[in-house]
Ligand binder design. Sequence first.
Ligand code: TMP
Length: 411
Amino acid sequence: MQVYHKSKKCRICSSKNLELVLDLGIQPPANSFLKKVSSSEKKFPLRLFFCKDCFLLQLVDIVDKKLLFSHYLYLSSASKPILEHFSKYAFNVFNKFWKNKRKPLIIEIGSNDGSLLKEFKKLGANVLGVEPASNVSKIALKSNIPTINKFFTSKLASSLAKKGKPNVILANNVVGHIEDLNDFVLGIKNLLDDDGIFVFEVPYVLDLLKKTEFDTIYHEHLSYFSLLALTKLFKKFELEIFDIQRQSVHGGTLRIFVAKKERKKIKSKVIKMINFEKEYGISKIRTYKQFGKKVLILRNSLQKKIKQLKQEGKMIYGYGAPAKGNVLLNFCQIDNKMINFIIDTTPLKQNLLTPGTHIPIKSPTKVIQKGAGDIFLLLAWNYKKDILKKEKRFRKRGGKFLIPLPNPRII
Ligand code: TMP
Protein backbone atom coordinates (compact mmCIF):
# COMPACT_ATOMS: atom_id res chain seq x y z
CA MET A 1 0.00 0.00 0.00
CA GLN A 2 1.34 3.43 -0.97
CA VAL A 3 0.82 5.44 2.22
CA TYR A 4 1.77 8.87 0.90
CA HIS A 5 1.68 10.70 -2.39
CA LYS A 6 2.02 14.26 -3.58
CA SER A 7 -0.81 15.64 -5.66
CA LYS A 8 0.19 17.94 -8.50
CA LYS A 9 -3.11 19.60 -9.34
CA CYS A 10 -5.96 21.42 -7.67
CA ARG A 11 -8.58 19.22 -6.05
CA ILE A 12 -11.48 21.24 -7.53
CA CYS A 13 -10.37 22.63 -10.89
CA SER A 14 -7.31 20.47 -11.77
CA SER A 15 -5.17 23.59 -12.29
CA LYS A 16 -1.42 23.28 -11.73
CA ASN A 17 -1.29 26.93 -10.74
CA LEU A 18 -0.68 26.16 -7.04
CA GLU A 19 1.55 28.25 -4.77
CA LEU A 20 3.02 27.37 -1.37
CA VAL A 21 1.80 29.64 1.44
CA LEU A 22 2.85 27.80 4.60
CA ASP A 23 5.21 24.93 5.38
CA LEU A 24 4.43 23.23 8.71
CA GLY A 25 7.36 20.84 8.40
CA ILE A 26 7.44 17.05 8.56
CA GLN A 27 4.68 15.89 10.91
CA PRO A 28 3.07 12.64 12.00
CA PRO A 29 -0.67 12.36 11.18
CA ALA A 30 -2.34 14.44 13.90
CA ASN A 31 -4.55 11.65 15.25
CA SER A 32 -1.88 8.94 15.26
CA PHE A 33 -1.55 8.67 19.04
CA LEU A 34 0.96 6.02 20.13
CA LYS A 35 0.88 3.18 22.64
CA LYS A 36 4.65 3.52 23.08
CA VAL A 37 7.56 5.43 21.53
CA SER A 38 8.47 3.77 18.26
CA SER A 39 11.40 4.33 15.91
CA SER A 40 9.11 3.59 12.95
CA GLU A 41 6.70 6.46 13.67
CA LYS A 42 5.41 7.71 10.32
CA LYS A 43 5.87 11.39 9.41
CA PHE A 44 4.98 13.26 6.24
CA PRO A 45 5.41 16.78 4.83
CA LEU A 46 2.60 19.18 5.74
CA ARG A 47 2.37 22.10 3.34
CA LEU A 48 -0.43 24.49 2.48
CA PHE A 49 -0.95 25.60 -1.11
CA PHE A 50 -3.31 28.11 -2.74
CA CYS A 51 -4.91 27.53 -6.14
CA LYS A 52 -4.71 30.78 -8.08
CA ASP A 53 -7.49 29.64 -10.43
CA CYS A 54 -10.36 28.49 -8.21
CA PHE A 55 -8.99 29.90 -4.89
CA LEU A 56 -9.07 26.61 -3.00
CA LEU A 57 -6.60 26.50 -0.11
CA GLN A 58 -5.37 22.92 0.10
CA LEU A 59 -2.73 20.36 1.00
CA VAL A 60 -0.81 18.57 -1.69
CA ASP A 61 0.73 16.03 0.70
CA ILE A 62 -1.76 13.19 0.77
CA VAL A 63 -1.59 10.45 3.38
CA ASP A 64 -3.56 7.34 2.46
CA LYS A 65 -7.11 7.59 3.80
CA LYS A 66 -7.07 4.02 5.12
CA LEU A 67 -4.11 4.91 7.34
CA LEU A 68 -5.89 8.04 8.61
CA PHE A 69 -9.47 6.91 8.97
CA SER A 70 -9.86 3.14 9.28
CA HIS A 71 -9.29 3.22 13.05
CA TYR A 72 -10.22 6.61 14.47
CA LEU A 73 -9.73 8.03 17.94
CA TYR A 74 -11.92 11.10 17.67
CA LEU A 75 -15.37 10.63 19.16
CA SER A 76 -18.01 13.33 18.76
CA SER A 77 -19.52 12.23 22.05
CA ALA A 78 -16.32 13.05 24.02
CA SER A 79 -16.94 16.81 23.89
CA LYS A 80 -20.08 18.03 25.63
CA PRO A 81 -20.19 21.30 23.63
CA ILE A 82 -20.33 19.27 20.40
CA LEU A 83 -23.28 17.28 21.68
CA GLU A 84 -25.08 20.53 22.52
CA HIS A 85 -24.23 21.84 19.06
CA PHE A 86 -25.65 18.67 17.47
CA SER A 87 -28.86 18.85 19.43
CA LYS A 88 -29.50 22.46 18.29
CA TYR A 89 -28.34 21.56 14.76
CA ALA A 90 -30.87 18.72 14.38
CA PHE A 91 -33.68 20.82 15.85
CA ASN A 92 -32.91 23.70 13.50
CA VAL A 93 -32.68 21.62 10.30
CA PHE A 94 -35.61 19.37 11.17
CA ASN A 95 -38.00 22.16 12.09
CA LYS A 96 -37.02 24.30 9.15
CA PHE A 97 -37.76 21.64 6.57
CA TRP A 98 -39.82 18.82 8.08
CA LYS A 99 -42.04 20.17 10.80
CA ASN A 100 -45.42 18.43 10.50
CA LYS A 101 -44.34 16.57 7.34
CA ARG A 102 -43.66 12.91 6.63
CA LYS A 103 -40.68 11.13 8.18
CA PRO A 104 -37.57 12.18 6.25
CA LEU A 105 -34.73 9.82 5.44
CA ILE A 106 -31.43 11.29 6.58
CA ILE A 107 -28.04 9.90 5.57
CA GLU A 108 -24.92 11.20 7.27
CA ILE A 109 -21.49 10.80 5.67
CA GLY A 110 -18.72 10.46 8.25
CA SER A 111 -21.30 9.80 10.95
CA ASN A 112 -18.66 8.98 13.60
CA ASP A 113 -20.27 7.47 16.74
CA GLY A 114 -23.78 8.43 15.58
CA SER A 115 -24.10 11.43 17.92
CA LEU A 116 -25.75 13.74 15.36
CA LEU A 117 -28.02 11.09 13.83
CA LYS A 118 -29.22 10.21 17.32
CA GLU A 119 -30.63 13.74 17.60
CA PHE A 120 -32.44 13.45 14.26
CA LYS A 121 -33.77 10.04 15.25
CA LYS A 122 -35.20 11.53 18.46
CA LEU A 123 -37.09 14.03 16.29
CA GLY A 124 -38.63 11.20 14.25
CA ALA A 125 -36.36 10.83 11.21
CA ASN A 126 -35.21 7.57 9.61
CA VAL A 127 -31.44 7.65 9.76
CA LEU A 128 -28.45 5.90 8.21
CA GLY A 129 -24.77 6.57 8.84
CA VAL A 130 -21.80 5.97 6.55
CA GLU A 131 -18.58 5.80 8.55
CA PRO A 132 -15.20 4.41 7.42
CA ALA A 133 -13.70 3.81 10.87
CA SER A 134 -14.66 0.31 11.98
CA ASN A 135 -14.08 0.93 15.72
CA VAL A 136 -16.25 4.07 15.64
CA SER A 137 -19.04 2.59 13.50
CA LYS A 138 -19.31 -0.27 16.01
CA ILE A 139 -19.98 2.31 18.74
CA ALA A 140 -22.76 3.82 16.58
CA LEU A 141 -24.29 0.40 15.93
CA LYS A 142 -24.29 -0.35 19.65
CA SER A 143 -26.42 2.73 20.22
CA ASN A 144 -28.86 1.60 17.53
CA ILE A 145 -27.78 3.95 14.76
CA PRO A 146 -27.73 1.91 11.52
CA THR A 147 -24.28 2.46 10.06
CA ILE A 148 -22.47 1.26 6.95
CA ASN A 149 -18.76 0.83 7.60
CA LYS A 150 -17.44 2.25 4.29
CA PHE A 151 -15.90 5.30 2.66
CA PHE A 152 -18.47 7.37 0.75
CA THR A 153 -17.88 7.36 -3.03
CA SER A 154 -20.10 7.92 -6.07
CA LYS A 155 -20.19 4.11 -6.45
CA LEU A 156 -21.53 3.62 -2.92
CA ALA A 157 -23.96 6.51 -3.55
CA SER A 158 -25.42 4.71 -6.59
CA SER A 159 -26.03 1.53 -4.64
CA LEU A 160 -27.60 3.46 -1.73
CA ALA A 161 -29.83 5.40 -4.15
CA LYS A 162 -31.40 2.12 -5.33
CA LYS A 163 -32.72 1.56 -1.80
CA GLY A 164 -34.25 5.04 -1.49
CA LYS A 165 -33.07 8.60 -2.02
CA PRO A 166 -32.59 10.62 1.18
CA ASN A 167 -34.32 13.93 1.84
CA VAL A 168 -31.24 15.15 3.66
CA ILE A 169 -27.59 14.25 3.33
CA LEU A 170 -25.41 15.48 6.17
CA ALA A 171 -21.63 15.75 6.31
CA ASN A 172 -19.90 17.32 9.27
CA ASN A 173 -16.24 18.14 9.19
CA VAL A 174 -15.73 15.56 6.51
CA VAL A 175 -15.85 17.34 3.14
CA GLY A 176 -12.38 18.73 3.89
CA HIS A 177 -11.15 15.13 4.28
CA ILE A 178 -12.09 14.09 0.76
CA GLU A 179 -9.34 13.69 -1.80
CA ASP A 180 -11.55 13.17 -4.86
CA LEU A 181 -13.96 16.05 -4.29
CA ASN A 182 -15.48 15.76 -7.75
CA ASP A 183 -16.40 12.10 -7.23
CA PHE A 184 -17.80 12.95 -3.77
CA VAL A 185 -20.05 15.72 -5.09
CA LEU A 186 -21.16 13.53 -7.99
CA GLY A 187 -22.20 10.96 -5.37
CA ILE A 188 -24.18 13.62 -3.46
CA LYS A 189 -25.96 14.70 -6.64
CA ASN A 190 -26.90 11.16 -7.65
CA LEU A 191 -27.99 10.09 -4.18
CA LEU A 192 -30.01 13.13 -3.12
CA ASP A 193 -33.76 13.26 -3.68
CA ASP A 194 -34.62 15.95 -6.29
CA ASP A 195 -36.18 18.11 -3.58
CA GLY A 196 -33.65 17.11 -0.96
CA ILE A 197 -30.92 19.14 0.67
CA PHE A 198 -27.28 18.52 1.39
CA VAL A 199 -26.28 20.17 4.67
CA PHE A 200 -22.66 20.19 5.66
CA GLU A 201 -20.31 21.94 8.05
CA VAL A 202 -16.72 22.86 7.34
CA PRO A 203 -14.24 24.96 9.29
CA TYR A 204 -14.49 28.33 7.54
CA VAL A 205 -11.35 29.63 5.88
CA LEU A 206 -12.18 33.22 6.95
CA ASP A 207 -11.97 32.13 10.61
CA LEU A 208 -8.76 30.21 9.97
CA LEU A 209 -7.14 33.29 8.45
CA LYS A 210 -8.54 35.91 10.82
CA LYS A 211 -7.75 34.01 14.03
CA THR A 212 -4.46 32.41 12.85
CA GLU A 213 -5.86 28.92 13.52
CA PHE A 214 -2.89 27.29 11.79
CA ASP A 215 -3.12 24.15 13.95
CA THR A 216 -6.36 23.15 12.20
CA ILE A 217 -4.16 22.42 9.17
CA TYR A 218 -3.30 18.72 9.21
CA HIS A 219 -3.08 15.75 6.88
CA GLU A 220 -6.74 14.80 7.41
CA HIS A 221 -7.89 18.25 6.30
CA LEU A 222 -7.07 18.36 2.62
CA SER A 223 -9.17 21.46 1.77
CA TYR A 224 -9.92 24.77 3.56
CA PHE A 225 -13.07 26.12 2.05
CA SER A 226 -14.36 29.53 1.04
CA LEU A 227 -17.76 30.05 -0.57
CA LEU A 228 -15.94 31.29 -3.65
CA ALA A 229 -14.20 27.93 -4.12
CA LEU A 230 -17.23 25.83 -3.12
CA THR A 231 -19.51 27.67 -5.54
CA LYS A 232 -17.20 26.64 -8.39
CA LEU A 233 -17.23 23.03 -7.22
CA PHE A 234 -21.02 22.72 -6.93
CA LYS A 235 -21.64 24.54 -10.22
CA LYS A 236 -19.89 21.68 -12.05
CA PHE A 237 -22.64 19.33 -10.79
CA GLU A 238 -25.63 21.67 -11.17
CA LEU A 239 -25.91 22.11 -7.43
CA GLU A 240 -26.37 25.45 -5.66
CA ILE A 241 -25.59 26.84 -2.22
CA PHE A 242 -28.90 28.40 -1.15
CA ASP A 243 -28.28 29.21 2.51
CA ILE A 244 -25.45 29.49 5.02
CA GLN A 245 -25.14 29.86 8.78
CA ARG A 246 -21.98 30.77 10.65
CA GLN A 247 -21.37 28.61 13.70
CA SER A 248 -18.81 29.04 16.47
CA VAL A 249 -17.75 25.37 16.85
CA HIS A 250 -14.23 24.28 15.94
CA GLY A 251 -12.98 27.86 15.95
CA GLY A 252 -15.48 29.03 13.34
CA THR A 253 -17.55 26.84 11.10
CA LEU A 254 -19.76 27.44 8.11
CA ARG A 255 -22.96 25.40 7.84
CA ILE A 256 -23.86 25.23 4.17
CA PHE A 257 -27.19 24.27 2.60
CA VAL A 258 -27.09 22.92 -0.95
CA ALA A 259 -29.89 21.88 -3.31
CA LYS A 260 -30.26 20.86 -6.93
CA LYS A 261 -30.23 23.80 -9.36
CA GLU A 262 -33.23 26.14 -9.18
CA ARG A 263 -35.00 24.02 -6.53
CA LYS A 264 -34.51 26.54 -3.72
CA LYS A 265 -34.40 30.32 -3.59
CA ILE A 266 -30.86 31.52 -2.94
CA LYS A 267 -30.78 33.70 0.20
CA SER A 268 -29.26 37.15 -0.09
CA LYS A 269 -26.85 36.40 2.74
CA VAL A 270 -25.06 33.86 0.51
CA ILE A 271 -24.36 36.58 -2.07
CA LYS A 272 -23.38 39.05 0.68
CA MET A 273 -20.89 36.60 2.17
CA ILE A 274 -19.35 35.88 -1.24
CA ASN A 275 -18.92 39.62 -1.75
CA PHE A 276 -17.37 39.91 1.69
CA GLU A 277 -14.90 37.13 0.82
CA LYS A 278 -13.89 39.06 -2.31
CA GLU A 279 -13.35 42.26 -0.28
CA TYR A 280 -11.33 40.34 2.31
CA GLY A 281 -8.99 39.03 -0.38
CA ILE A 282 -9.94 35.35 -0.46
CA SER A 283 -8.99 35.27 -4.15
CA LYS A 284 -5.59 36.95 -3.58
CA ILE A 285 -2.35 35.10 -2.89
CA ARG A 286 -1.09 37.97 -0.67
CA THR A 287 -3.83 37.25 1.91
CA TYR A 288 -2.40 33.75 2.42
CA LYS A 289 1.23 34.88 2.40
CA GLN A 290 0.38 37.33 5.21
CA PHE A 291 -1.27 34.49 7.12
CA GLY A 292 1.89 32.38 6.68
CA LYS A 293 4.00 35.20 8.20
CA LYS A 294 1.61 35.57 11.16
CA VAL A 295 1.96 31.84 11.90
CA LEU A 296 5.76 32.12 12.14
CA ILE A 297 5.45 35.10 14.51
CA LEU A 298 2.97 33.16 16.65
CA ARG A 299 5.33 30.20 16.91
CA ASN A 300 8.16 32.47 18.10
CA SER A 301 6.09 34.13 20.76
CA LEU A 302 4.62 30.85 22.06
CA GLN A 303 8.07 29.28 22.29
CA LYS A 304 9.38 32.35 24.14
CA LYS A 305 6.48 32.32 26.59
CA ILE A 306 6.89 28.62 27.41
CA LYS A 307 10.65 29.02 27.89
CA GLN A 308 10.05 31.94 30.24
CA LEU A 309 7.46 29.99 32.28
CA LYS A 310 9.81 27.02 32.62
CA GLN A 311 12.61 29.36 33.78
CA GLU A 312 10.23 30.69 36.45
CA GLY A 313 9.80 27.08 37.64
CA LYS A 314 6.18 26.71 36.56
CA MET A 315 4.70 23.29 35.74
CA ILE A 316 3.00 23.17 32.36
CA TYR A 317 0.38 20.60 31.33
CA GLY A 318 -1.80 20.30 28.27
CA TYR A 319 -5.58 20.65 28.36
CA GLY A 320 -7.25 18.48 25.72
CA ALA A 321 -5.49 16.30 23.18
CA PRO A 322 -7.26 17.29 19.96
CA ALA A 323 -5.61 16.49 16.64
CA LYS A 324 -4.88 20.18 16.18
CA GLY A 325 -2.98 20.20 19.49
CA ASN A 326 -0.51 17.80 17.93
CA VAL A 327 0.10 20.14 15.00
CA LEU A 328 0.76 22.99 17.41
CA LEU A 329 3.07 20.92 19.61
CA ASN A 330 5.04 19.50 16.68
CA PHE A 331 5.31 22.77 14.79
CA CYS A 332 6.36 24.73 17.89
CA GLN A 333 8.61 21.87 19.08
CA ILE A 334 6.92 21.63 22.47
CA ASP A 335 7.55 18.11 23.74
CA ASN A 336 7.50 15.95 26.87
CA LYS A 337 10.41 17.92 28.37
CA MET A 338 8.22 21.01 28.54
CA ILE A 339 4.77 19.47 29.07
CA ASN A 340 4.52 16.75 31.73
CA PHE A 341 1.21 15.33 30.57
CA ILE A 342 -2.05 16.22 28.85
CA ILE A 343 -5.54 15.58 30.16
CA ASP A 344 -8.33 14.55 27.80
CA THR A 345 -11.89 13.30 28.28
CA THR A 346 -11.74 10.79 25.38
CA PRO A 347 -11.32 7.30 26.88
CA LEU A 348 -9.72 6.06 23.61
CA LYS A 349 -6.91 8.64 23.94
CA GLN A 350 -6.12 8.13 27.62
CA ASN A 351 -2.87 6.27 28.41
CA LEU A 352 -1.54 6.93 24.90
CA LEU A 353 1.28 9.29 23.82
CA THR A 354 0.93 12.28 21.52
CA PRO A 355 2.37 11.65 18.04
CA GLY A 356 5.80 13.18 17.47
CA THR A 357 6.08 14.85 20.88
CA HIS A 358 5.39 11.77 23.04
CA ILE A 359 3.52 13.47 25.86
CA PRO A 360 1.41 11.06 27.99
CA ILE A 361 -2.36 11.57 27.97
CA LYS A 362 -4.26 11.07 31.20
CA SER A 363 -7.78 11.21 32.44
CA PRO A 364 -8.96 14.69 33.59
CA THR A 365 -9.26 13.71 37.28
CA LYS A 366 -5.65 14.99 37.58
CA VAL A 367 -6.83 18.58 37.35
CA ILE A 368 -8.36 18.32 40.81
CA GLN A 369 -4.86 18.24 42.33
CA LYS A 370 -3.54 21.28 40.45
CA GLY A 371 -3.51 24.93 41.47
CA ALA A 372 -1.04 27.77 42.10
CA GLY A 373 2.10 27.52 39.95
CA ASP A 374 0.40 25.19 37.50
CA ILE A 375 -0.43 26.18 33.96
CA PHE A 376 -2.55 24.37 31.40
CA LEU A 377 -1.70 25.03 27.77
CA LEU A 378 -5.19 25.06 26.26
CA LEU A 379 -4.78 22.85 23.22
CA ALA A 380 -8.59 22.47 22.90
CA TRP A 381 -8.83 26.30 22.59
CA ASN A 382 -12.10 26.01 20.66
CA TYR A 383 -13.83 25.06 23.94
CA LYS A 384 -12.23 27.91 25.91
CA LYS A 385 -15.49 29.26 27.30
CA ASP A 386 -16.76 25.86 28.47
CA ILE A 387 -13.41 24.72 29.85
CA LEU A 388 -12.74 27.94 31.80
CA LYS A 389 -16.20 27.60 33.32
CA LYS A 390 -15.65 23.92 34.10
CA GLU A 391 -12.25 24.62 35.73
CA LYS A 392 -13.40 27.49 37.96
CA ARG A 393 -11.99 25.75 41.06
CA PHE A 394 -8.55 25.22 39.51
CA ARG A 395 -8.43 28.92 38.63
CA LYS A 396 -9.60 29.93 42.12
CA ARG A 397 -6.69 27.93 43.55
CA GLY A 398 -4.35 30.11 41.45
CA GLY A 399 -4.05 27.84 38.42
CA LYS A 400 -3.65 29.52 35.03
CA PHE A 401 -4.38 28.77 31.39
CA LEU A 402 -2.04 29.59 28.52
CA ILE A 403 -4.20 30.34 25.49
CA PRO A 404 -2.08 29.78 22.37
CA LEU A 405 -4.13 31.55 19.69
CA PRO A 406 -4.37 34.06 18.08
CA ASN A 407 -1.69 35.59 20.36
CA PRO A 408 -0.31 33.53 23.26
CA ARG A 409 -1.57 34.89 26.59
CA ILE A 410 -2.03 33.75 30.16
CA ILE A 411 -5.35 34.05 31.95
P1 TMP B 1 -11.99 18.76 18.98
O1 TMP B 1 -11.56 20.18 19.16
O2 TMP B 1 -11.43 18.16 17.72
O3 TMP B 1 -13.46 18.57 19.18
O4 TMP B 1 -11.26 17.90 20.14
C1 TMP B 1 -11.31 18.32 21.47
C2 TMP B 1 -10.55 17.36 22.34
O5 TMP B 1 -10.53 17.89 23.66
C3 TMP B 1 -11.17 15.97 22.44
O6 TMP B 1 -10.12 15.01 22.45
C4 TMP B 1 -11.91 15.99 23.77
C5 TMP B 1 -11.09 16.97 24.59
N1 TMP B 1 -11.82 17.73 25.60
C6 TMP B 1 -11.41 17.62 26.93
O7 TMP B 1 -10.47 16.92 27.23
N2 TMP B 1 -12.11 18.34 27.87
C7 TMP B 1 -13.17 19.13 27.56
O8 TMP B 1 -13.76 19.75 28.46
C8 TMP B 1 -13.57 19.24 26.18
C9 TMP B 1 -14.71 20.13 25.79
C10 TMP B 1 -12.87 18.51 25.22
